[in-house]
Design a protein around this ligand. Structure first.
Ligand code: NAP
Length: 541
């Protein structure tokens, strides 16, 4: 497409994960020029960074993928239900090769700023190497959970061993025979502990909050299962599109705990438990996330199952989540996590009540009660979800307004895609989008954004100006929905899903919980109505 604005590219995007790869395909199909930059040395996004032992997807492989190419869906073969990071990376390379995406990707390139230039209606994007590029449309494809949170422990600089965030696992690090301390007990640790414990001399987990943890139930991809999946891809894609969390699940099921006898409830929960995945939440009863009493029944069941697997009752008690409802924090899926605590070389330390961390020392971690010596300390302390990546890079909209400053107290957006005062900026799964199977949401966001850009180009507009009123309405709607959810219950919901893990910032409403399917419908309604959330404008000539 000829650029009437003398921009280097029609579209510049940051991030070469699922979002960046999908965007290249769709923008190219629409006839636009696009360049994607990523500071990583490989494509893959999450999978370019998260190389800790045990890192794997928690969505099942056959719907944790891009669906725009029927050929790729048929040709690619997964080896297991939940592929590890290496296999996810191989898949993403396969997509990039097959669709010839590489010419549009520049790796090892950190974008250091993006400024909207009011006079030209273009974005000026600068790289760490001093390069400058302009584009008409600037897209954040930086990922929802990508900016690590590094806690500020006293004495961190004193530790003489190796210390790093879990998403920066050093390539080739040999941890066999080493003493490992892991700070944090979220999804990352749940995956990392059983694998590291197999060869490390010891692994000590410092836990602040216990989680509700469900079984993943890994299994190989058999030829029969592969065939069944490939024969049913249209159904699978439709299921994801119409599911509340964007997953290929059979729900709602038309059954509630409230209307079922306690014996039957236990029978259904027992039947579904060994199937693994988040299906337990979505394919058992429909009121599990909405009715506090039903939620407690399911939560108690999860705790009972966990206790059956941990030999030491004291450790089992420490691993028992308390004070918040099931699913108010994102439940990790486990691959023998609890069994790891039955090993002699694994220790659990309660840093919430019993012995908070005082400092890191030259040799390890000092709590109020003990000193622990380590060779390696892993900060499995999570991410600044939804906003972290966009805030880490100065993005300036109208009148030089920094996105980071705009989001100081409220991380506002229109459907997680547009931000008022930031014309021609699009986010793929930005704040106040749903939390769902990411490839599903990413593809839905991409088609929405591309539809908007196509309208702009076909009608000859220069600017897509998100309306403040539409943003105010979305912020209010998202807050109202949030107030009715489990997040707003219990006094100990300390979740990254509300930004509660960011020390110097107040928690906030980060996620639209009205249902991913409802959200995808809202985007289609917006397209059909000609994008009433934005104003299309032309620059004065
Ligand atoms: P997380 O769930 O946020 O867990 C971080 C852990 O670190 C929590 O136990 C947290 O305790 C603790 N922590 C944070 N700051 C601390 C501090 N200053 N002192 C002591 N403890 C501290 O992070 P994550 O495990 O990396 O997972 C984040 C999300 O990424 C997941 O929920 C998931 O959506 C995604 N993820 C996905 C996969 C997958 O799909 N396979 C794997 C890993 C991660 P509190 O709970 O008390 O805050």
């Amino acid at each position: 497409m000829a650029s009437q604005h003398q921009a280097d590219y029609d579209v510049i995007a940051v991030g070469a994960g699922f979002a960046g790869l999908g965007l290249i395909h769709h923008m190219r199909e629409a006839g636009l020029s696009i360049q994607v930059f990523d500071k990583a040395s490989d494509i893959g996004g999450t999978w370019a960074w998260n190389h800790y032992p045990g890192a794997a997807s928690d969505s099942e492989c056959y719907y944790y993928c891009l669906t725009f190419s029927k050929e790729i869906l048929q040709e690619w073969k997964w080896s297991v239900r939940y592929p590890g990071w290496e296999e996810n990376l191989r898949y993403m390379h396969f997509v990039a090769d097959k669709c010839d995406l590489w010419p549009h990707i520049q790796l090892n390139t950190e974008i250091t700023s993006a400024d909207f230039q009011e006079d030209r209606g273009l974005w000026l994007v600068k790289t760490g190497a001093g390069e400058e590029f302009t584009c008409k449309y600037f897209v954040s494809a930086m990922g929802m959970i990508s900016e690590p949170v590094i806690p500020k422990f006293k004495g961190m600089e004193n530790f003489k061993g190796t210390c790093f965030h879990s998403a920066r696992w050093p390539e080739g690090l040999d941890y066999a025979g080493k003493r490992i301390g892991i700070i944090g007990a979220g999804s990352t640790t749940v995956q990392m502990l059983p694998v590291t414990a197999e060869t490390a001399e010891s692994v000590t987990v410092f836990q602040r909050t216990a989680n509700f943890i469900m079984p993943a139930v890994q299994k190989p991809m058999t030829p029969e299962w592969d065939k069944e999946i490939k024969e049913n891809y249209d159904d699978i894609i439709a299921k994801c599109r119409n599911h509340v969390f964007g997953m290929a699940f059979d729900s709602p099921v038309g059954r509630t705990i409230a209307d079922t006898s306690p014996e039957e409830v236990q029978k259904v929960l027992e039947e579904h438990w060994p199937r693994g995945s988040f299906r337990f939440v979505f394919e058992t009863f429909d009121d599990l996330l909405g009715d506090p009493e039903s939620n407690k029944v399911a939560g108690d069941f999860v705790i009972k199952k966990m206790k059956e697997r941990v030999n030491d009752p004291e450790i089992a008690e420490m691993l028992t989540p308390k004070g918040y409802p099931f699913f108010a924090k994102r439940p990790p899926l486990d691959h023998n996590y609890f069994e790891a605590y039955n090993r002699d070389n694994v220790k659990l330390v309660d840093i919430n009540e019993r012995e908070p961390i005082v400092e890191l020392t030259e040799t390890g971690v000092r709590t109020t009660e003990n000193e622990y010596d380590f060779d390696i300390i892993v900060l499995a302390t999570g991410f600044q979800a939804y906003t972290g990546a966009q805030e880490a890079l100065p993005i300036r909209g109208r009148n030089g307004l920094l996105l980071r400053d705009k989001w100081d107290t409220v991380s506002s957006s229109i459907m997680g895609v547009f931000v008022a005062e930031f014309p021609n900026l699009f986010m793929i799964t930005g704040p106040q989008a749903p939390f769902a199977n990411l490839p599903t949401s990413i593809e839905q966001n991409i088609t929405y954004i591309v539809d908007c850009v196509k309208k702009m180009e076909s009608e000859g507009h220069d600017l897509c100006e998100p309306l403040q009123k539409a943003e105010d309405d979305w912020v209010q709607h998202v807050a109202e929905v949030h107030a009715q959810t489990l997040m707003a219950q219990g006094d100990k919901v300390h979740s990254w899903m509300m930004g509660a893990n960011i020390e110097d910032r107040a928690p906030r409403v980060l996620i639209y919980f009205g249902g991913a399917n409802v959200y995808y419908d809202l985007m289609r309604t917006s397209v059909d109505a000609g994008f009433p959330e934005v104003e299309f404008e032309n620059l004065a000539s």
